[in-house]
Design a binder for this molecule. Structure first.
Ligand code: LLP
Length: 487
């Protein structure tokens, strides 16, 4: 039995993954241990899940996903209720976290819109909208949005052709592209001769929040948005208002990701609403809508705090909007948010099979157990890219308390030493090859950022609910990879 740990690190036991009953926020809501001690999700034990799905596999708790979507929709509707003097609120699911037609249908059915960031995501959103609201809805797709710096003409034209509710322009060049696309749509008869394209502007508010630099997107020195501080945003608003092809529907701000402290959002509300006021003074147009973006944090390990609930977030935003509008003497805008991670993240876990164990002596009696699993950076790039912390729990059996714990590092099977799944975790000292590990909170930016590095096939995403199971995405096969090859 190995119990020694590196002296500089946290005491053994403090890095063990919390069981679902201890930190339910880390796990899909239906997760628990069954009578046999194995983890179960959606009414299926890990053994049952893996009888129909090879590891590594993402397991999506459908009821949990639906619940999170519904909770966001209700929180925004409640806190921005016109009866409270507000002007309505809604949430658009940020599809970049994880999007398939099934996921899009689920969130649309629970009352969310969908924010997309590419032609591919937009196409999935349109397909799902047709299924949920009927084909006709895709011609007035107010429940969809399109974002991104460097959008192509084709992407902007497609978004305008569907009349998406949130076409968020990122630069002066995109304003010109949108105006040109509207002219084309008028000429082709798709738009009426006097119809305008409804657009929003992505602001760089100068507010920087969130964990890692690569996922913090509103400070000045970065690629996204139009600067408020330099006056570029006011100029852009003038350009939209004076363009005969366009209508300035609203302003958009996204300040970063994995944010727990709501102060940054309150500050962003101030910057956005002050600019809205200035634009109204300069142009006579008071934007109807303000989109405050996503970025609401989630817990990945037992060391993370419990994140604010959607109701708490919505209340904080509503209070900030209400008091700023009162101060400025402006009518309250319609308010939207774009949570991605907080909807998809905790609704999935990844199951891996342990394929190898290697003990490394670190000196002074300390040791680390390297636990190899059958996946790695190709199914979760976040540890390598952002130094993101995860945790892992033995899922195929109840850990034996007598066995003790060992300080472990769960690693993937790619040819890179940075291929880490969980940097530091305490696992049962009797861990064996063939055991199954569950890594929670992998639903956002896991499968969606998966790659084929080393020609790994990307894992499937299995849905589970009430004892049933199916594929959201089937596992990729080597034949799929070969099918892409040219001559
Ligand atoms: N809206 C906009 C305009 C965004 O850029 C993003 C994320 C979101 C909404 C959703 O943010 P969320 O609520 O999911 O934090 N790949 C990184 C995250 C990049 C997020 C970029 N934008 C990660 O794995 O952490």
């Amino acid at each position: 039995m190995m119990s020694a740990v590196p002296a500089s690190e946290a005491p053994l036991g403090t890095l063990a993954a919390p069981e679902p009953e201890v930190r339910p926020d880390l796990w899909p809501s239906t997760t628990g241990r069954g009578a046999d001690g194995a983890l179960q999700i959606g009414g299926r034990s890990v053994g049952e899940i893996l009888a129909d799905a090879p590891t590594p596999v993402f397991v999506l708790d459908e009821a949990d996903l639906r619940g999170r979507a519904a909770t966001w929709a209700a929180a925004m509707a409640e806190e921005f209720w016109p009866g409270y003097g507000m002007n309505g609120g809604e949430a658009y699911y940020a599809g970049k976290a994880f999007l398939t037609t099934r996921v899009a249908r689920t969130v649309l059915s629970e009352g969310l819109g969908i924010d997309t960031a590419s032609a591919g995501e937009l196409a999935v959103g349109v397909a799902a909208l047709a299924e949920v609201d009927g084909e006709a809805a895709t011609a007035h797709a107010t429940r969809l949005g399109l974002h991104g710096n460097g959008k192509t003409c084709a992407e902007i034209r497609t978004a305008l052709a569907h009349r998406v509710g949130h076409l968020v322009l990122d630069s002066a060049e995109e304003i010109d592209l949108a105006a040109a696309a509207v002219r084309e749509l008028r000429e082709s008869g798709h738009y009426a001769p006097d119809e305008t394209g409804s657009v929003m502007l992505r602001l760089t508010t100068g507010i920087h929040a969130g964990g890692h630099e690569f996922i913090s997107t509103a400070h000045e020195d970065q690629k996204f948005g139009i600067s408020v501080a330099t006056g570029a945003a006011l100029d852009a608003a003038r350009a939209v208002v004076t363009a005969p092809e366009l209508t300035l529907h609203g302003l958009h701000s996204h300040i970063g990701s994995q944010i727990f402290d709501l102060a940054g959002f309150r500050e962003a509300v101030g910057v956005v609403l002050r600019l809205r006021h200035q634009i109204a003074e300069a142009t006579g147009v008071l934007c109807q809508e303000v989109d405050l973006g996503g970025g609401y944090g989630i817990a990945y390990t037992g060391a993370d705090p419990v994140a604010p609930s959607p109701a708490e977030v919505a209340r904080a935003l509503a209070e900030a909007v209400r008091s700023l509008c009162a101060e400025l003497g402006d009518a309250v805008p319609h308010v939207s948010v774009e949570p991605g991670r907080s909807i998809a993240g905790p609704s999935m876990v990844t199951l891996y099979t342990v394929t190898g164990l290697k003990r490394v002596e670190l000196g002074e009696g300390a040791a680390r157990l390297y636990v190899s699993v059958d996946g790695g950076m190709s199914d979760n790039i976040r540890p390598a890219l952002y130094d993101a912390a995860y945790t892992a729990l033995v899922a195929n059996r109840r850990p034996d308390p007598e066995a003790g714990l060992v300080r472990a590092r769960v690693v993937g099977k790619h040819c890179e030493s940075g291929d880490v799944v969980v940097r530091d975790v305490d696992l049962p000292a009797d861990l064996a090859v063939g055991d199954v590990l569950a890594v929670p909170a992998t639903g956002a930016y896991g499968r969606s950022m998966a790659s084929n590095y080393n020609l790994f096939t990307r894992p499937g995403v299995a849905w589970v609910e009430a004892g049933r199971q199916g594929w959201v995405l089937r596992p990729e096969t080597i034949a799929d990879l070969l099918a892409l090859e040219g001559d």
